[in-house]
Write a protein that binds this ligand. Structure first.
Ligand SMILES: NC(=O)c1ccc[n+]([C@@H]2O[C@H](COP(=O)([O-])OP(=O)(O)OC[C@H]3O[C@@H](n4cnc5c(N)ncnc54)[C@H](OP(=O)(O)O)[C@@H]3O)[C@@H](O)[C@H]2O)c1
Length: 280
């Protein structure tokens, strides 16, 4: 299939693109910066300069594509960078992409989303039927999902857990903080977290693009939600460092189930838990 990808230069995009090619698809990758377009072309992709906030720039690359993947985001990564751009990508960007995809005759649309939309799940295993409780910072993700639901495209939404693994930088921060003795458990450390290796997330995106039924929503998380206490102790153990202390600002407890995507698409994580995922 000919598959359009926005967010091609992001960590999920970088792991998804080669897997699409390995499955025999042709990829149309869009990027904002000329140097990224040049790199994507050298890597063999049909790359175009485009911005999801510029509706016109999406039209030409979408022409002839059967599937569109929205993997774009702008989570603030530097101090002082606010959430406005991320909100705009989720609201205006999603609206632009849905409209352009429809206009260009795209059939299937895959929206990357976030499990954080469930809010606090306590010690339950949260499935896709769980009600959503978006707090203000992620209200735009809730609206993004609403827009996708209202679309007449064959849409699919993937709610990802917290990415870790190559290129995410996530575990690098944990290890560095453990070494600097600044890694602190939120609250008493009992809150749960659902992780996903970014390569497993990318495999789920590919399967969704190929085979997910229209209107499906799947959590994409590993098999075992982990408490911050267990996770941070494991990180510290690898480095033979003291157990990180408790008492940091409390975190939402959210452990999610991946039963639906396992059942529907035959997806299973190559890294079922942080244990193999963080092995050094
Ligand atoms: N990271 C996580 O733990 C996590 C967890 C669950 C779900 N997700 C979701 O997974 C998706 C991908 O996340 P990620 O971690 O791969 O993000 P990322 O590494 O920050 O990449 C974001 C991508 O979006 C692109 N982008 C930003 N602004 C754009 C614009 N105006 N027009 C077009 N493209 C634009 C970026 O391009 P530039 O290179 O030009 O900036 C980059 O390719 C997002 O939907 C995110 O919400 C992430």
């Amino acid at each position: 299939m000919r598959i359009f990808v926005v967010g091609a230069t992001g960590v999920l995009g970088r792991h998804t693109l080669p897997r699409l090619v390995e499955r025999g698809h042709s990829v149309v990758a869009v990027a904002r910066h000329p140097e990224d377009v040049a790199r994507l072309r050298r890597l063999g992709f049909d790359a175009h300069r485009s911005d999801i906030l510029d509706a016109e720039s999406l039209r030409e690359p979408l022409r002839g594509c059967e599937v569109a993947l929205h993997l774009a985001t702008a989570i603030p990564r530097r101090p002082g960078m606010g959430w406005d751009l991320n909100d705009r990508i989720r609201r205006e960007g999603t609206r632009n992409l849905l409209a352009a995809a429809q206009e260009q005759g795209v059939r299937r649309y895959v929206q990357q989303s976030i499990t954080l939309l469930y809010g606090d799940g306590g010690d339950q295993l949260v499935s896709e039927e769980h009600s959503l409780a978006p707090y203000p910072r992620i209200a735009s993700a809730f609206e993004m999902e609403e827009m996708v639901r209202a679309s007449s495209l064959e849409w699919v939404m993937l709610r990802g857990g917290s990415f870790y693994g190559p290129g995410t930088g996530r575990e690098d921060v944990w290890y560095r903080q453990a070494e600097e003795e600044t890694l602190v458990m939120p609250g008493d450390g009992s809150a749960l977290l659902s992780l996903i290796r970014v390569e497993d997330m990318a495999r789920a995106v590919v399967l969704a693009a190929e085979a997910a039924p229209a209107g499906a929503i799947y959590n994409v998380v590993d098999d075992v939600p982990v408490s911050y206490r267990e996770l941070y102790n494991y990180v510290a153990a690898w480095k033979m460092l003291p157990e990180p202390p408790a008492g940091g600002p409390p975190a939402t407890s959210l452990g999610c189930s991946n039963a639906a995507i396992r059942r529907a698409l035959g997806w299973e994580p190559a890294w079922p838990s942080y244990r193999s995922g963080l092995a050094q």
